[in-house]
Structure formats: C-alpha cells, structure tokens
Design a protein around this ligand. Structure first.
Ligand code: PGH
Ligand code: CA
Ligand code: ZN
Length: 307
C-alpha cells in the first residue's frame, strides 16, 4: 500500500501501549532485510534515513526503493528523515516524498529549538507529514553524576509539556540517558524512567527512544568470533527496553544492531568462504541475518502482529 505517515503508525502504538521499530537504512540490503522481517512478523515499520544516508544514497533513491517495497506490501510503512539538522534537510526529504521528518534542534537553547521546530511543523502539517523533535541531549548518564548534571543533559518534563503544546509536534524524543552507537553504558544500563513517566503524563503523545540498540549477544558474539573487536560494546538490554515501552516509548530507533549483525555475517562469510567472488553470496546471507535480529527485536517491542 502507499506510504503512510509515522503519526498514523505511532498513534495506534500509543493507544495500545506498544512500540514500533524505526530502522535506519543506507542501501537496498538493509531495506530488504527490514521488509522481510516486517512481513514475517506482520509488524508496521518506520524506515529511517539520516542526512548521512541521503548523502550516501540520495533522497530520491531511498524514497524510490522504499516506495517500491511498500507498494508490494500490505504492511503500514512510513519513510522518516532521522535527525534532520536544519530546514533545508527537511525540504529535501519532503521533496523526495518522505512521509515523516525529525527536526533535531536539541543542541540549541529551548526557545531556538522551539522556533525551528515550529517552522517545520507549519510546513509539514498541511502536507500530512508527521514531525518529531528532540529535547535534551543524548548522552549516557554515569552512576556518579550529580542531580544538576542530570538536569543539564536530560529532558525537563515541564519544558516538554510546554514544547509539545506550543510546537504542535506529533511525537517527541526525550533524552533519558541513552546515546547513539555501540558504547552506551560503562557499567549497568541506566535510564531515567521517572523522567520518562512524567513526560508521558504531561504530554500524552508518542515518545521516541533514540540510541536504543541492544547490541544483542548473538550478533556481537559472531562479530568477535570471526576476528572483529567490539571493545566491550554495550547496548540497552531487552528487559530495559521493555520497561521503557511500558512507561510510554512508542518508537524505538535502531541502527547499530543492524550494522553489527550485517558485518558479523559478512565476517563469517569472509572467514569461511575465502574464494567467494560474488558479492551476492556475501550480502545475501548477511541480509538474512539482519532479518533474524530484527524479528527478535519486533517481538520485544510488541509490534509483531500489529500490521
Ligand atoms: C538512533 C539509533 N537513530 O536515530 O537513535 O541509535 O545507535 O542505538 O542504533 P543506535
Ligand atoms: Ca540531538
Ligand atoms: Zn537517533
């Protein structure tokens, strides 16, 4: 079916208290892996493309591939700009046909973030394109940080209420202690659930967990078994993820897990099939492995069977 807006997908998740995966793509292989998991789990999906992905593959290419896959499918699919840093990136995505955008002006002060976000909402709302914004900074919280340090980095629930009401955004990414990449926590995984609960109570809109990858053991083990070194990488454990969903997370952004899974399998193929010169024989199994990792994740998120 035609692409839908992420709002359509996330409003249902919010109402029924589950989360949908937003999976990052840069190429056809990841896209096909995501679709294959979604079809087999009957799960709605949000395909996320960052400015880096657009630089790598082109917005038109990413749109055309995603639309082609969605048209052949009965699964609800949104194409979302991940971490758009300015109005120009948003316009590039809209022009290409994206159905949802994130404007990430969270590095600015509150008023400036709100001003830029409002401009994006004003452009997107009439077009039926959904808008995500971010408050706070995505930075891990160490055990020994002071309350003042926490307040400086993590979302302020009262500000969140004001921001959501004044901007008219469709969903919000609150900083509650996760960070992007494979090294999220030095010790035990820690998220600020009290803050998350307050933000949900005060806003009621779908909330987004960035930096949500779990670095699942099966993929990280394989990665290291075949010569890789993840240097003690640590993600958000599945049980912590489930708790976050219980308290109001409805969109779970996942990039790192897919990267590790794909390259773990590529490493295995390189190590075990040394004379292979057909890239399809390397990428094919890697895609299937990414699909397995995504299917496992969809079950954790609770979106399996929701399409
Ligand atoms: C993410 C992905 N994309 O916007 O937030 O985070 O690095 O944890 O996959 P990960
Ligand atoms: Ca940010
Ligand atoms: Zn992110």
């Amino acid at each position: 079916m035609p692409l839908v807006s992420a709002k359509e997908i996330l409003d249902d998740a919010n109402k029924k208290n589950y989360a949908v995966g937003a999976f990052n793509i840069n190429d056809m292989e990841f896209l096909k892996a995501i679709f294959s998991a979604a079809e087999s789990e009957k799960a709605p999906i949000i395909i996320a493309a960052s400015e880096g992905a657009i630089k790598y593959a082109g917005a038109e290419m990413l749109y055309a591939m995603t639309k082609t896959m969605a048209d052949k499918s009965k699964i609800p699919v949104a194409l979302h700009l991940d971490h758009g840093s300015n109005l120009n990136s948003v316009l590039i995505a809209i022009k290409a046909g994206f159905t949802s955008v994130m404007i990430d002006a969270s590095h600015y002060l509150f008023e400036e973030n709100l001003k830029i976000t409002k401009q994006v909402v004003n452009i997107c709302k009439p077009l039926g394109i959904s808008v995500e914004a971010e408050l706070g900074r995505l930075k891990g919280i160490e055990d020994n940080v002071s309350v003042a340090d926490r307040d400086a980095v993590l979302i302020n629930p009262a500000e969140a209420k004001d921001f959501v009401e004044s901007s008219g955004i469709d969903f919000l990414a609150p900083a509650i202690g996760t960070s992007h990449g494979a090294f999220k926590f030095k010790g035990e995984a820690k998220l600020d659930f009290e803050r998350l609960k307050k933000v949900k109570e005060l806003t009621h809109i779908p909330l987004v967990l960035h930096g949500a990858s779990s670095v699942p053991e099966r993929a990280s083990k394989k990665f290291e078994e075949f010569g890789g070194d993840l240097k003690g990488a640590k993600g958000v454990p599945f049980d912590v993820l489930k708790e976050a969903i219980k308290y109001g997370i409805n969109k779970v952004n996942t990039d790192t897990d897919l990267r590790i899974a794909f390259l773990a399998k590529v490493r295995e193929s390189f190590a075990t099939d040394k004379s292979q010169i057909d890239p399809r024989k390397i990428f094919g199994p890697a895609m299937e492995y990414v699909t397995d990792v995504i299917k496992e994740r969809m079950k954790i998120l609770g979106c399996s069977g929701k399409a």
